[in-house]
Design a protein around this ligand. Structure first.
Ligand SMILES: [Zn+2]
Length: 253
């Protein structure tokens, strides 16, 4: 685990090939995403390392309900009992009314490359025993509730990676939490910088691409993605990074 303070109140934490974020307003903490099941101890430790107790957690927001973003939630609910919020459509995914996740065939396809084999090995270890995890208590949040949490956040529907994928903006410090709608790196991909995840991860590729424009339009100066390093951004950085990706063909696509 590696914790980076990216603004006055925001800490980006890198776990097993995935990030979560903590927003501290002094008295409370909002957690955005929750790592793999195997990251649970680190999620708890990260809250303590920024000077808080677990009971300071006011809520967990999830960008989407993939296993690498919900791992610590069952333990946090047991220990803290805080609410878990996500987008209205993503609530259904979190409850596993349906599952939009890379298929076993997609996973097998990654075994062709060295990077892929290493990523599959990490992933299987990180989800071991928890493949059927869900978040039955997930609910959607109204704007007033989100604004009242540490960080005063705004939800930004960004469908595509999953149908209910939701990014979050913290206007006060101009920090954009993009989840997997826009990342800056991934173990399967050599290059870094703003980019989409490889298409095999995205439920709906064209909606994923459309959601990037929504993110590029946000008044953000810092991007905290679901995968890769946090970076300074403006709308041009995002569009330019993606344009490079399209022309150079350096992604796996
Ligand atoms: Zn995902």
């Amino acid at each position: 685990m590696k914790i980076d303070q990216v603004s006055d109140s925001v800490y980006a934490v890198a776990g097993t090939n995935v990030n979560w974020a903590l927003i501290s307003d002094g008295s409370g903490v909002t957690v955005i995403d929750a790592g793999y099941p195997a990251d649970t101890a680190d999620v708890l430790a990260s809250v303590r390392q920024i000077g808080h107790q677990l009971t300071d957690i006011a809520a967990v927001l999830i960008t989407h309900a993939h296993l690498d973003h919900i791992g610590a939630i069952p333990t946090l609910i047991e220990r803290v009992g805080m609410p878990v919020y996500t987008g209205a459509e993503e609530v259904r995914h979190a409850k596993r009314e349906y599952l939009q996740q890379m298929t076993p065939a997609g996973m097998l396809g990654q075994l062709r490359t060295h990077r892929g084999r290493r990523w599959v090995a990490h992933t299987l270890r990180a989800i071991h025993g928890h493949i059927r995890m869900s978040v039955p208590s997930a609910t959607t949040s109204d704007p007033t509730t989100l604004a009242g949490l540490p960080g005063s956040l705004v939800a930004i529907p960004t469908p595509g990676h999953t149908s209910g994928h939701t990014a979050y903006l913290m206007p006060a410090e101009e920090v954009l939490f993009s989840g997997d709608a826009l990342v800056t790196g991934h173990p399967l991909v050599r290059h870094t910088g703003p980019q989409l995840l490889p298409a095999a991860f995205n439920h709906d590729e064209s909606r994923t691409r459309a959601s990037v424009s929504i993110l590029a339009a946000q008044p953000a100066r810092t991007l905290v993605p679901g995968h890769g390093l946090s970076i300074s951004v403006d709308a041009d950085t995002i569009e330019h990074g993606l344009a490079l990706q399209h022309t150079s063909g350096c992604s796996l696509r």
